[in-house]
Structures are given as structure tokens and as C-alpha cells.
Design a protein around this ligand. Structure first.
Ligand SMILES: NC(=O)c1ccc[n+]([C@@H]2O[C@H](COP(=O)([O-])OP(=O)(O)OC[C@H]3O[C@@H](n4cnc5c(N)ncnc54)[C@H](O)[C@@H]3O)[C@@H](O)[C@H]2O)c1
Length: 359
């Protein structure tokens, strides 16, 4: 059983809530890791976990990750996440989502939910009928819509910052960039890269996803799989499929000088960041460069304005460069520097809530 009251300070969560509604079949866990910077914000994952222990471990990890992501995205939000245990294709129903919405509402705004794996903007519209603390709704319901737009834009900004650091210019003109996974985020990233004049290589397990890119950009090269991509002569490798793209074997094989992509949890285990560093490969921390999506949905909370959200996502460029600067100064890999910068903001800005404002 996961130790909920773990002693490691990074693992302590403010609140973990178990929610059940027998009739609709709802079994959900909401984890609020930190509200130091404001109400916890993070998506709801709908996934057929093997058991509730696996669900609990996942939601705690994801919630903690959101505290760090939101802190470095410059948002006034802490970190939280929720999981609904079940197969979304079979178990999702109006009653279940609305039951879940009532539990979200019951937290009084300490947790604001959004989309994640297995949940979509239309689901958020339903949850929003029971709770005010929902974002990532459809455009027709006043929402920010598809968050992959600014996720891709943010990854592109992180890549420009990485290019500036390694090549001395942010332009990707003539650079060879491998994009693993051309789904919602990856295909938009390809658009931005081609606009900037990069040579693009893609791979995907879905023939449909590849065809969509090939229709827009017939000049893009396609390789069989991630193995072929990481062994290829690339300047930049952009993992945009699932997590764990960077394991020992991949890092040993990798020929790119930069890794910068959208996928969450790219490092298969701790220590990989050091191996990348030792091989002279610059790693742009995933949760920093993929924060454009959360920036987009956070903007919806005050009434969505795309241009304002885009301007905030553009700051990912500066944040990424700042992290590389700290990493060099403190002699640590960028992933460690990012954690330190996030913890600094949580503590420095979070502390201000202790200033009494009077009645
Ligand atoms: N959508 C967002 O706003 C957002 C925000 C932050 C992070 N992310 C992360 O970015 C990644 C991509 O998200 P998305 O929304 O584009 O998802 P998606 O499901 O639309 O796209 C993923 C793509 O990867 C492909 N894929 C799966 N396994 C593969 C493999 N082994 N090799 C090559 N391709 C493979 C899939 O076929 C699909 O086309 C995910 O890790 C996600 O968690 C997404």
C-alpha cells in the first residue's frame, strides 16, 4: 500500500480524496499536492488501473508533477490531479461524470479539473454542469478548446531556446528534427518546424497520423519506429508520444544534440538526466516545455483570451534558457535545475500568503 503520509517532503500531499458513487460506478481519487501558489490545477485521467493502489500511486505522482509544472509556467496555481478508475470507452456516462463533478465542487475550489488521458473537452462541459471548478471546456461553452495548440507552441519555444544554447541561434532553419508521435501535439509541432525551415523526420504507430502529416507536408521523411529515429542523424529529438522515451539504451544510441518534446515523464528512471548530460545532449525538461496546454486552460478560468494565453506560453522560451543557465552555474543537469527553480518559486511566492491582509 502506498504510504499516503510519506515522510519525504516532495511526496507529502495536502489532501487526497476518495470519491465513490455506486449507481453510476464512479470510483475516483483526487489528489491535491500543493496549494502554495493558488488552487490546485490539473486534469482528470480516466484509465483502467489494475487496482486502486496503482491509481493512488499514479494520481499522487501526477499531482506532484503539476505543482512543479504550474510553478514554472508562472501560474497562480498549485498542483493537483484526479483519476477515475475504469475503461473510458465502456464506463464513461453522463451520470458518472456529473457525480464526479459534484465531488470536485465539494472541494470548494481547492482543486480545478481539466482534460487528461481519457477525458475530453465535451466531458468537461458535463462536469461543469455540477461544478464551477472546471476548465478545458469546448469553445462553444466558453472554454479554451484543444490545449494541444499551445502545448505544441510551447514545445517549439523550448526547442528554440535549446537551439540558442547549443547552436547560438534560436532558428531551426536547416536543422534536422525527429518527431516521435504525430498526434494532437506532434502534428502541430511539425507545422511550426516546417514554417521555421527545419527538416523533419517523423514516426508513429498510427498510419492515419502519418498520413495526416504527409498530406500537409509531403517532403517530411518517415522512419519505421522510435529505434530508427533515435539512431538517425538528427540535431533534435522530440518525443511526442508516450512517457519513458528516454531509457538507458535510447540515450546510448541517441545522436541528436538536443532532446525537447511534448511527452510527459520522458525520463524512464532517475539517473537518465545525468547520462544525457554526460553524453553532451541538452535535455529541455518535459514539464517545462509542455506547459503550454495548462497555460491555455488556466487562462480560461478568467475568461479565455487566446492572445494573452499565447503570450504567456511564449515565455517558455525565457524559462527554458533560465534553466539551462542555472544548470551550468550550479553544475547540475537541467532537470535538476528545473526542480530547484520550481521549488524556489513555490517557497518565495507561496510564503507571501503569510502576510496578513487585514479584515
Ligand atoms: N495534448 C496536450 O495538450 C498535452 C499537454 C502536455 C503534455 N502532453 C503529452 O504529449 C504527448 C502527446 O500528447 P497528444 O495529446 O499529442 O497525444 P495523442 O494521443 O494525440 O498523440 C500521441 C501519438 O503518439 C503515437 N504513438 C503512440 N505510441 C507510439 C510509439 N511507440 N511510437 C511512435 N508513436 C507512437 C500515437 O499513435 C499518437 O499519434 C503525451 O505524452 C501527452 O501526455 C500533451
Amino acid at each position: 500500500m502506498t504510504d499516503v503520509f510519506s515522510s519525504s517532503h516532495k511526496d507529502v500531499h495536502e489532501q487526497v480524496v476518495f470519491c465513490a458513487d455506486e449507481q453510476s460506478g464512479l470510483r475516483a481519487i483526487i489528489a491535491v499536492h500543493s496549494t502554495a501558489l493558488g488552487p490546485a490545477l490539473g486534469g482528470t485521467r480516466f484509465y483502467p488501473y489494475a487496482d486502486e493502489h496503482a491509481a493512488l500511486a499514479d494520481v499522487r505522482n501526477l499531482a506532484r508533477g503539476m505543482s512543479y509544472k504550474n510553478a514554472l509556467a508562472g501560474l497562480d496555481h498549485g498542483g493537483g490531479k484526479a483519476v477515475i478508475i475504469g475503461d473510458p470507452s465502456r464506463d464513461k456516462s453522463e451520470a458518472l461524470l456529473r457525480a464526479y463533478g459534484r465531488f470536485v465542487q465539494s472541494l470548494g475550489g481547492r482543486y480545478i479539473t481539466a482534460c487528461d488521458v481519457g477525458t475530453y473537452s465535451e466531458d468537461m462541459d458535463l462536469i461543469a454542469r455540477e461544478s464551477r471548478f472546471v476548465t478545458g471546456r469546448t469553445l462553444s461553452h466558453g472554454g479554451a478548446g484543444d490545449s494541444s495548440i499551445l502545448t505544441a507552441f510551447g514545445v517549439f519555444q523550448g526547442m528554440r531556446a535549446s537551439a540558442e544554447r547549443v547552436f547560438g541561434t534560436p532558428s531551426l532553419l536547416g536543422r534536422r528534427v525527429g518527431v516521435e508521435g504525430v498526434g494532437k501535439v506532434g502534428h502541430r509541432l511539425v507545422d511550426l518546424l516546417r514554417e521555421d525551415g527545419a527538416e523533419v523526420v517523423i514516426c508513429d504507430v498510427s498510419e492515419q497520423a502519418i498520413e495526416r502529416v504527409r498530406r500537409r507536408h509531403p517532403e517530411v521523411d518517415v522512419v519505421a519506429d522510435a529505434g530508427a529515429m533515435t539512431g538517425a542523424d538528427l540535431d533534435v529529438f522530440a518525443p511526442c508520444a508516450l512517457g519513458g522515451a528516454l531509457d538507458d539504451a535510447t540515450v546510448a544510441r541517441l545522436r541528436a544534440k538536443i532532446v525537447c518534446g511534448a511527452a510527459n515523464n520522458q525520463l524512464a528512471h532517475s539517473g537518465v538526466e545525468k547520462q544525457l548530460d554526460e553524453r553532451g545532449i541538452l535535455y529541455a525538461p518535459d514539464y517545462v516545455v509542455n506547459s503550454g496546454g495548462v497555460i491555455q486552460v488556466a487562462d480560461e478560468i478568467g475568461g479565455f483570451v487566446m492572445e494573452r494565453a499565447r503570450a504567456k506560453a511564449a515565455q517558455i522560451y525565457d524559462t527554458t534558457l533560465k534553466i539551462f543557465g542555472i544548470a551550468a552555474e550550479e553544475g547540475v543537469p537541467p532537470a535538476v535545475a528545473a526542480d530547484r527553480l520550481a521549488e524556489r518559486r513555490m517557497s518565495e511566492v507561496g510564503r507571501l500568503r503569510g502576510i496578513w491582509l487585514g479584515r
